[in-house]
Design a binder for this molecule. Structure first.
Ligand SMILES: [Zn+2]
Length: 78
């Protein structure tokens, strides 16, 4: 398992996202951003919007996704 924080993925806090693959960690972060934004956390709202925009805009979103995969691959195992 590896851990990437909310901050490492472009968010505002140190919430840890743990997973076996980059996809798991990205999914976890996506959920974290949605949950935080839904509970009225404004600092997460823009990050949640940016995340949503990435799914809508695959070309620019793909660059972020590739970067996350590279960052994830470079992390040590927990
Ligand atoms: Zn966060």
């Amino acid at each position: 398992m590896k851990t990437m924080t909310c901050k490492q993925m472009g968010g505002p806090c140190d919430h840890p996202n743990t997973g076996k693959t980059a996809d798991e960690v990205i999914k976890s972060q996506d959920k974290h951003l949605k949950d935080a934004a839904a509970s009225g956390d404004e600092s997460h709202e823009s990050a949640a919007k940016a995340m949503k925009g990435r799914w809508k805009n695959p070309i620019s979103g793909m660059g972020w996704y590739r970067q996350m995969k590279r960052d994830f691959a470079a992390l040590p195992e927990d």
